[in-house]
Design a protein around this ligand. Sequence first.
Ligand SMILES: [Fe+2]
Length: 351
Amino acid sequence: MVEDHILSARILMVDDEESNLELLRRILEPVGFKDLRDTSDPFQVLPLCRQSPPDLVLLDIAMPGKNGFEVLAEIRQDMGEEEYLPVLVLTSDHSPDTKRQSLSAGAQDFLTKPLSPAEVRLRVRNLLQTRFLHLALRDHNRHLEERVRERTAELEEAHAQILARLARAAEYRDDETGEHTRRVGRLSGAIAQELGLDPEEVSLIHQVAPLHDLGKIGIPDDILLFPGPLTTEQEQVMRSHTEIGGDLMSGSGIFLLDLAEQIARTHHERWDGSGYPLGLSREEIPIAGRIVAVADSFDAVTHRRPYKPAWPAEEGWKEIAGKGGTDFDPAVLEAFTNVLRSTGLNVGDQS
Ligand SMILES: [Fe+2]
């Protein structure tokens, strides 16, 4: 009894003697195999396999012009491992060498002539069963991989959404639309890319730069929204947003949040060491902090705030560029200038 899906398998029979091909037909047809193909020309095996791939090849070894081992090597080279095409060698050569050579060349099984019809049917059935199980497993794996890809994309989207909304919460009191945080994210990502940072790092900086001012959540309204210069005491409170933000995002062990923490803590540090909260200088300031410092400052001067009007982009660029080597990393400023220039702004040295 052979299962229906096995009987529909395509079997390619290869033997230089027509009478052997006829014998195989007489063995396989009566049990119901429907798709039997054959050739007595070993040179036709590969073209036939390519034209309509078989599920099983029954292969003679001693053939004129090209022997079974050569055909086997051709098939193995042409078909990917993924295809798992079984080959059953049928030969009248009883020597152990031939058997060993067949199996090591990639045949799955070996039968010697004269053939026993019952044994041929049994081996054919077993090999086809193995092939179909293999294909089912391969399809199942592909399906699983596809599902993992879908779930990963969903998770990444969820992360991005949560970060964007968290950033918006941080800015909600003084920037209801969240536009400032988004612009700082975009500009920071563009500067990071221009600096030649790893694409994954560029994407992470783009995603978490909007959280730089998350700590403003902890700053009272009367200071955060004060429409004028702050007193020294108020300024101290305002400056604490760097540490509040850093504390809020610390300790998760998640790289994305660790980077967000780093940016929150260092985006007001200055290249010459005169910034806050730690007074770090030059390369002591992580590159992400140096980038966001430029992007944040530029966005602040080019957009309206309760205490100041918006400046045109060119004016904003001059203001920021004038602080290279004092407030900002000159290399980051150069990348920033290139980014602005690529958007069509007439800034920087055009030579
Ligand atoms: Fe800030």
